[in-house]
Write a protein that binds this ligand. Structure first.
Ligand SMILES: Nc1nc2c(ncn2[C@@H]2O[C@H](COP(=O)(O)OP(=O)(O)OP(=O)(O)O)[C@@H](O)[C@H]2O)c(=O)[nH]1
Ligand SMILES: [Mg+2]
Length: 393
């Protein structure tokens, strides 16, 4: 019996132990289990203001947060170079003629007022002469004009304002030259481009004129290569590069302090290879009194001529420099055979008469005029428009 009781006791103890084990295994884990966190939603950069992407199903029920669709990583921005389409050159001078206001008020209006006086005595003629000289017309052209005006005024007797204007217009046009050929030689020779060499003393506006001319040629439908033959300063080539980049003209440059003639040669070679219409070579400013630098310029031209014809040698003259400009012009003309003058900064001067004196001095026409610092402020020179602007309409 006792044996039975022992066995039953053992069975009960084992059963109790088994039940306890089951309890431990099956009891809920409650607080000790880590909470199941909803997936974290981070704000997408740049979309911090976007409403949260949560969908609430029921006030009592748990909040279910639906993550937003995956955002593609931003692609790197590629900014295409902005290439401008410049306007054509036609009609530029008419658009810019208001820029001649200073020459108009001094030269144009001054002469009209003097010539409109009832009595033209010697003092008045002296004043007329002085006005012309002050406007840089030059001594010989001034004397020629005064003589002609005196004769014509005598013939006319009393003068109406229209007659005075016509008289003056005719005289100014005669001195400037209406029939002069001012064509810029930029027509390519078959497969070979035209070449324009830009020269002048420091700061006259060579690089600016090169850039403006490239724009206007491109505006007229030409393909252009620029040669940065100013190797004295790296900034000079950068300045030209900026002009080229704006209109999509390739710029050929060389090492700083390199040989300008070889850069000019390379630019022309590139122009030939790319079959462009015009190659414009910008050179460093140089004082006409520095023989070594003037010789270097002669070499630049000769080296280009091994590859192509130099169609234009443009002398860039600053209209505000007066008689000093005349001396520069003479020396440059001796060294490189100047074929045309680009007269810059006419917008800032009352000395518009320099057009007359410089042409007379060099026997070379003014082909381009700079009438401001803006990219399209360069115009083919038109004597009629110029004189009309001086005399007012
Ligand atoms: N107002 C006015 N300024 C001009 C004109 N042409 C050029 N300039 C200004 O003249 C300054 C000199 O121009 P650049 O083109 O650098 O002269 P540069 O002859 O190349 O000078 P260097 O290379 O140093 O000899 C610049 O500030 C131009 O904006 C013009 O027609 N009118
Ligand atoms: Mg320059």
């Amino acid at each position: 019996m006792e044996a039975y009781l022992g066995i039953i006791a053992i069975i009960v103890v084992v059963a109790l132990l088994a039940a306890g084990g089951m309890f431990l295994l099956l009891r809920p884990r409650g607080k000790s289990a880590p909470p199941v966190e909803p997936p974290e939603v981070r704000p997408v950069p740049g979309q911090e203001q976007a409403p949260p992407a949560a969908v609430t199903q029921d006030d009592d029920a748990a909040t279910t947060t639906v993550p937003p669709p995956p955002v593609k990583p931003a692609e790197p921005m590629v900014v295409p170079p902005v290439v401008e389409i410049p306007p054509p050159s036609a009609g530029r001078m008419v658009r810019l003629r208001a820029r001649l206001a200073r020459s108009q008020s001094t030269l144009g209006k001054g002469l009209l007022d003097l010539l409109s006086r009832d009595r033209l005595d010697d003092d008045t003629w002296d004043e007329i002469e002085e006005t012309l000289i002050t406007a840089d017309v030059g001594v010989a052209p001034t004397q020629a004009m005064v003589e002609e005006l005196r004769t014509k005024v005598k013939v006319l007797g009393s003068r109406t304002p229209t007659e005075v204007r016509e008289l003056l217009k005719e005289q100014l046009l005669t001195q400037i030259g209406v029939d002069t050929d001012r064509t810029l030689h930029v027509k390519p020779h078959g497969e070979r481009p035209a070449v324009v060499l830009v020269v002048g003393v420091n700061g006259t506006g060579k690089t600016t004129t090169t850039g403006k001319l490239a724009r206007s040629l491109i505006g007229d439908g030409n393909k252009v290569v620029l040669g940065a033959a100013d190797t004295f300063r790296a900034a000079a080539a950068d300045q030209l590069q900026t002009w080229g980049d704006r209109v999509g003209a390739e710029v050929v440059r060389g090492p700083e302090a390199g040989d300008p003639a070889s850069v000019a040669f390379d630019a022309v070679a590139k122009g030939v290879e790319d079959k462009v219409d015009v190659v414009i070579v910008d050179t460093a400013g140089r004082l006409h009194t520095k023989t070594g630098l003037m010789d270097e310029l002669g070499k630049v031209k000769r080296v280009i001529e091994k590859k192509a014809t130099v169609d234009e040698v443009l002398l860039v003259l600053d209209a505000t420099t007066g008689q000093n400009g005349m001396r520069q012009a003479r020396v440059f003309a001796e060294v490189v055979d100047v074929t045309g003058i680009a007269l810059t900064k006419l917008d800032g001067t009352a000395k518009g008469g320099i057009i007359i004196s410089v042409q007379r001095e060099l026997g070379v026409p003014v082909k381009l005029v700079g009438l401001g610092e803006g990219p399209d402020d360069l115009a083919p020179f038109d004597p009629e428009v110029f004189v009309d602007a001086l005399l007012g309409d």
